[in-house]
Design a protein around this ligand. Structure first.
Ligand SMILES: Nc1nc2c(ncn2[C@@H]2O[C@H](COP(=O)(O)OP(=O)(O)OP(=O)(O)O)[C@@H](O)[C@H]2O)c(=O)[nH]1
Ligand SMILES: [Mg+2]
Length: 309
């Protein structure tokens, strides 16, 4: 209970811009007498948080249905109803997150467009596993820029976690391969591979990602790996197009929404999960290695919509 409370606190802090945006307007709407525009106003408010038109339309339809079956248009608990509906709309997080049996490490490939927050997220994930007592190795798969390799090395030093790297311009698939090989040889629990940012429309770069993925899977004897797309939550609906295109090149197993602390439109998580039936694994709520929260649909829905804690 204590733990849940503190995680709830972290969610409300991390999501405070989205929360401020929604709760103020919702409170004003719920305080006044219901007008015939109630549903339209509610729809408009939910849309400002970027939940996406499809999701919002279905929420409003569900609420109307609920009110109809309750034989009242004064259904008192509309807000709790919406909170529950949002929480229920997220797909369940599959249990594949657990480390497979050694010597096969859990391999996590982190992908996304330029500046999405991949490298920082790799460091945050590494810190998290390390705190759980697991051994971790990182792969500097962004070989495009020397600065990118350096950035990951600095995180490695800070967290005392080894980083496999090659020189700038080398083949990222070869770095990924070396990382997994080192993890197996050293019986390391988790190997996390950073990749270069790439626009989802650049076919050659997307093919490169498929190659990395294929090579890693082959190296761990066909075991499944986690392929997580990092999405900058501040960019809004463009995230939909990113997931769509990345999914065509690599089988994504989950999403991480970064920079949730910097946006009032954190409802993007809801629309994305619904659109792709893909779990949100974590949200990033700051620049420090501890600013990564395991996603919890209930805590998320409550923290963006409810005023009382
Ligand atoms: N406020 C905030 N900033 C973040 C978060 N995640 C990442 N950042 C910042 O976003 C910027 C870009 O992060 P990177 O991790 O370098 O992004 P990247 O996807 O690796 O970028 P490229 O390698 O250039 O494609 C950095 O300044 C990070 O500190 C977050 O959750 N919240
Ligand atoms: Mg990077």
């Amino acid at each position: 209970m204590r733990l849940e409370m503190s995680l709830f606190q972290k969610f409300t802090d991390g999501l405070k811009k989205t929360r401020a945006n929604l709760t103020e307007k919702l409170d004003a709407l719920f305080k006044k007498d219901r007008s015939s525009n109630f549903h339209q106003e509610l729809e408009a408010i939910l849309l400002t948080a970027d939940m996406g038109p499809k999701m919002v339309a279905s929420l409003i339809a569900d609420l109307k249905e609920r009110e109809k079956s309750a034989h009242t248009d004064q259904f008192p608990d509309a807000k709790s109803f919406i909170v529950d509906q949002i929480a229920k709309s997220f797909p369940a997080i599959p249990a594949t997150w657990e480390s497979p049996e050694p010597p096969s490490p859990l391999v996590i490939l982190v992908v996304g467009i330029n500046g999405a927050g991949k490298t920082t997220t790799v460091a945050k994930l590494a810190a998290r596993f390390k705190n759980e007592g697991k051994s971790v190795i990182l792969g500097a798969g962004d070989t495009f820029r020397a600065a990118a390799i350096k950035q990951l090395e600095l995180w490695g030093e800070k967290l005392s976690i080894p980083v496999v790297h090659q020189k700038e311009g080398s083949d990222p698939a070869s770095v990924a391969f070396d990382t997994v090989k080192a993890a197996i040889a050293r019986k390391i629990d988790v190997a996390i591979i950073d990749t270069a940012g790439r626009l989802q429309t650049k076919n050659n770069l997307m093919n490169e990602l498929s190659k990395i993925h294929r090579l890693v899977i082959r190296e761990i004897g066909g075991n499944p790996i986690e392929t997580l797309i990092v999405l900058d939550a501040t960019i809004g609906q463009n995230a939909i197009s990113q997931v769509k295109h990345f999914k065509e090149s690599v089988p994504l197993t989950g999403m991480i929404l970064s920079k949730m602390d910097g946006t009032s439109r954190g409802g993007i998580a809801v629309g994305l999960a619904r659109e792709f039936n893909l779990p949100v694994r974590f949200i990033g709520v700051g620049e420090q290695s501890s600013d990564l929260l395991p996603f919890d649909p209930n805590l998320f829905a409550r923290s963006i919509l409810q005023t009382e804690s």
